[in-house]
Design a protein around this ligand. Structure first.
Ligand code: CA
Ligand code: CA
Length: 342
């Protein structure tokens, strides 16, 4: 007595019924029904999308779809970097092309599309500020940008008293450019200088990096660490953020125009038409407004062009620049922003 199968049809279609099987070798007749289940490979995808940018020194978490009871094998290029049951997330700190293979409980597997992780060269930190001299109540207007060749295409803070050796340049001056500013990150406790970036101040008060990015692009800052930021302008009183800012991949705008308390110390911003502006008249850039600034005004009086004592930035050193300086005389910047002028 033996049972045998006279023929067997294999199908790739799930749930097909095979009939007219020979279930009885002696009679060679009969039928049986066999249900065949085809295991489907799991779909696999990384929800972060095609690309992820992480800050220098930072990390990102890649997340794959959940398949219960599945093993996740994560790859950077062809290299297996992590494998584990139900491990549908991966923390990454290295650049590369990441994929995940999901192997379900039946042993079937699916491979995701790639997510390319890159390391951001720096972090963009956006600020908003107004300069008293060119501020018209809603924005800043100057004639520096409108006369070709007046604004420098290389950052101008490579001179006394800033002595900043940065090589920031722009190929052309935006029509809404007000001037260069120098932004410096300092230690929140010692106020020691950590990093500097010269950037472009635009008419609406926003900052544009020379690269074109929104904000000043800093490298050398640590993700998760905090720094005070000093905004320097060559003929306005420098200000520092009231509180340290914590570095993250996406920084929100720090707005100096909304309240005097946005600046560290008292009396460091001046109310003008409902906005807070940086005091004009620090013509030698040393962080205090004194007779030395008046002397600079006298020296440059009636001169044209990109001049230190042109506080209202109309390409001419004239009485309006004295009138900007005069009421602000004796305004003293906080110690953290003062610079030494020989
Ligand atoms: Ca001064
Ligand atoms: Ca002027």
């Amino acid at each position: 007595m033996k049972n045998s199968t006279k023929f067997l049809l294999l199908s790739t279609i799930a749930g097909i019924m095979l009939t007219n099987l020979n279930a009885n070798a002696q009679s060679c007749t009969g039928s049986a029904t066999i249900n065949i289940t085809i295991n489907q490979p799991p779909t696999a995808s990384i929800s972060n999308g095609a690309s992820v940018v992480i800050p220098s020194g930072g990390s990102a978490t890649l997340t794959a779809n959940v398949v219960s009871g599945a093993t996740y094998e994560w790859y950077r290029g062809a290299t297996l970097v992590s494998s584990g049951l139900n491990q549908n997330t991966l923390s990454v700190t290295q650049a590369g092309s990441y994929t995940v293979e999901i192997i379900n409980a039946s042993g079937c597997s699916g491979v995701s599309g790639a997510t390319v992780v890159s390391i951001q060269a720096g972090v963009n930190i956006p600020f908003k500020l107004f300069l008293e001299g060119p501020f018209n109540g809603t924005a800043m207007t100057t004639t520096l940008a409108s006369v070709a060749g007046t604004l420098p295409t290389a950052q101008p803070y490579n001179a006394v008293p800033w002595n900043y050796a940065g090589t920031e340049t722009i190929t052309s001056t935006p029509t809404n450019m007000v001037d260069w500013v120098l932004i410096q990150a300092v230690d929140p406790t010692t106020y020691a200088l950590v990093a500097s970036r010269a950037a472009i101040l635009l008419a609406d008060g926003t900052i544009q990096d020379p690269s074109g990015a929104t904000g000043a692009t800093f490298s050398g800052l640590t993700n998760g660490s905090s720094y005070h930021f000093i905004i320097r302008h060559r003929n306005h009183l420098d200000v520092m953020t009231r509180l340290p800012l914590t570095i993250s991949a996406s920084m929100s705008t720090y707005d100096f125009t909304t309240a005097a308390s946005q600046a560290f110390g008292n009396g460091q911003l001046k109310l003008s038409s409902g906005k807070y502006v940086m005091y004009g008249g620090d013509y030698n850039g040393d962080g205090v407004i004194t007779v030395k600034d008046y002397n600079r005004y006298v020296t440059e009086s009636s001169q044209f062009g990109y001049k230190a004592a042109d506080g209202n930035m109309n390409r001419t050193v004239e009485v309006n620049d004295f009138n900007l300086y005069q009421p602000n005389s004796s305004t003293i910047g906080i110690p953290q922003v003062r610079l030494v002028v020989p």
